[in-house]
Design a binder for this molecule. Structure first.
Ligand SMILES: Nc1ncnc2c1ncn2[C@@H]1O[C@H](COP(=O)(O)OP(=O)(O)OP(=O)(O)O)[C@@H](O)[C@H]1O
Ligand SMILES: [Mg+2]
Length: 204
């Protein structure tokens, strides 16, 4: 099963993923954890370019293609082999982030974007996407205080609000794939909700 974690900045995706993995491992599942951009040696090099605060000249189209280059490498080198081996794959961000950030955030044509994403993934879609729901400003405040600020966090609040609304539209378009979890709760409660959502899906 291929499970992705999505949501606005600071919603807890990166901090919750290992907790979720540990809980699933305890239930006997073999879990592979990965992240975007990155997750492979080539992808991690692309990640550095994408997140570098000095790269203020980056054009949105370049940004889009760098994300897809990292993604295609991840799909072929990590995700597909793990799924073939019967593992549960957890991925911190995936294709929906491109549609939310570059599509709804930057206003890039969604149809064109979907085609590019589809090319990068070879059509591989998540079986389940967990949406960590937190108020945009609260999420940015969390990120601002953890000292890990990057070039993408640096877009203004209006951009992040458009991203958030974009996620809502993506969820409405494919309600069966998404489960929304209240990520404003304390980390333990969020972990519990994420585990429940996944176990429910793994049963079926
Ligand atoms: N439920 C929570 N309550 C309070 N603080 C939290 C909670 N979840 C995460 N945090 C804190 O918020 C900050 C951001 O969390 P995290 O890096 O996991 O978010 P993220 O969704 O991965 O963000 P990004 O999209 O920017 O990568 C961290 O300092 C983390 O400890
Ligand atoms: Mg993160």
């Amino acid at each position: 099963m291929f499970i992705t974690l999505e949501g606005p900045e600071g919603s807890g995706k990166t901090s919750q993923m290992p907790r979720l993995a540990a809980r699933l491992e305890a239930k006997g599942f073999h879990v592979v954890q990965t992240r975007e951009p990155g997750g492979t040696p080539i992808g991690d090099q692309i990640r550095e370019v994408l997140f570098d605060l000095e790269n203020t000249a980056m054009h949105p189209r370049s940004e889009i293609l760098l994300f897809q280059a990292s993604r295609s490498q991840l799909v072929e080198q990590v995700i597909k082999p793990a799924l073939s081996a019967g593992h549960v794959v957890l991925c911190d961000r995936y294709a929906d982030s491109t549609l939310a950030y570059q599509g709804y955030g930057h206003g890039v044509d969604l149809e064109q974007l979907s085609e590019i994403v589809n090319f990068a993934t070879g059509g591989l879609k998540p079986d389940l996407t967990l949406f960590l729901d937190v108020d945009v400003r609260d999420g940015l405040d969390r990120r601002g205080s953890d000292g890990d600020w990057n070039r993408l966090d640096d877009y203004d609040v209006a951009f992040h609000q458009r991203v958030y609304k974009g996620y809502k539209k993506l969820m409405a378009a494919e309600p069966q794939r998404w489960v929304k979890v209240d990520a404003s709760a304390d980390p333990e409660a969020v972990a519990e909700a994420l585990q429940a959502a996944v176990l429910e899906r793994l049963k079926t």
